[in-house]
Design a binder for this molecule. Structure first.
Ligand code: BJW
Ligand code: ZN
Length: 250
């Protein structure tokens, strides 16, 4: 894998970096993506498990599926892709991670500014009255769905399902950052889910230098300045290493 010199040249003058991520950045931690051949949507139905309709039809099934995924993220660790992304904070004035991921691995790797577009698996709230459900849910044999103590509604994970609105302020903030960034990395996303997938396109249209890191071509590849076709756990540390080797002041 070769890191094109133009990426390093752009980083050399960059002050503001945005790292836009999808499920692929967590693949090397052992978390399955959604749309790869062995991804979650090959085995499970997004209509049944990631929509309000599906939840209303079978809340217990949906709750168990998410509980299983919480157990998995508690067992895995950030990988070199997350860690290199977090380390970038040492070398640039502003680094913002804009993630579609719900696994919190960026935060665990040390990134301090993370905008979560699709929520997270850790928090929960009542599907009826929307009050947060604060009781800690650790790994437990009992996977029965909790009931809201205020209104008796079912508790749901604080993720964004299909047909649901993204957190509007977060999306707005992410758009502003994408437009203002000098360099945006677009890592491990198929670019198929909107409105998130519009962010790199929006960034490019405002002159941000956009670099894709993905072993495969994606719907976003045509909008990129550069595509590095490699796993992010290899490419991100390699980019950081090459950048540091050429930085003149350290
Ligand atoms: C590696 C790697 C390695 C592998 N290194 N890379 C028709 C057209 C356009 C839009 C729509 C449409 N019909 C419906 C819509 C809207 C819909 C949508 O976009 N659908 C499309 C799929 C067609 N969007 C929505 O519904 C959104 N809401 C919305 O639009 O609201 C409107 C509204 C407004 C106002 C009021 C009310 C409503 C919400 C979208 C929510 C998405 N939710 C999910 C589930 C989250 C919870 C959970 O985890 O269970 O979010 S779906 C799933 O997809 C998840 C992800 O965040 C998201 C994106 O997936 P991602 O991250 O790109 O993963 P993959 O698997 O697709 O790609 C992985 C990539 O990694 C691949 O490219 C690999 O090559 C790569 N990779 N190994 C680097 N080692
Ligand atoms: Zn309630």
């Amino acid at each position: 894998m070769e890191i094109p010199q133009i990426v390093i040249d752009k980083l050399n003058t960059a002050k503001h970096i945005v790292i836009f991520t999808g499920a692929g950045i967590s693949a090397e931690s052992g978390i399955k993506t959604f749309r790869d051949p062995d991804g979650l949507w090959a085995k499970f139905s997004p209509q049944e498990l990631a929509s309000m309709d599906g939840f209303m039809k079978n809340p217990q099934l949906v709750w168990e599926w998410y509980a299983m995924r919480v157990d998995l993220i508690n067992e895995v660790h950030p990988n070199p892709g997350h860690i290199a992304s977090a380390e970038m904070e040492k070398y640039f004035d502003k680094v913002t991670v804009v993630t579609q991921n719900v696994d919190r691995l960026h935060q665990r790797a040390g990134s301090t500014r993370v905008l979560e577009l699709h929520g997270n698996l850790i928090e929960n709230y009542c599907s009826a009255c929307e009050r947060p459900y604060v009781k800690e849910i650790g790994k437990t044999e009992d996977k029965s769905i909790p009931i809201c103590e205020h209104c008796g509604g079912y508790i749901r994970p604080a993720v964004v399902w299909f047909g649901e609105s993204l957190p509007m302020e977060t999306l707005y903030e992410a758009g502003k950052e994408a437009e203002a960034a000098d360099v945006m990395f677009v890592i491990g996303t198929s670019g198929e889910v909107y409105p998130a997938a519009h962010l790199p396109i929006q960034a490019r249209s405002k002159g941000t230098f956009v670099v894709e890191i993905n072993p495969n071509e994606t719907a976003l590849t045509p909008y990129m300045n550069v595509s590095v076709h490699a796993p992010s756990g290899v490419a991100m540390p390699a980019i950081l290493e090459k950048y540091l080797a050429q930085r003149k002041d350290i």
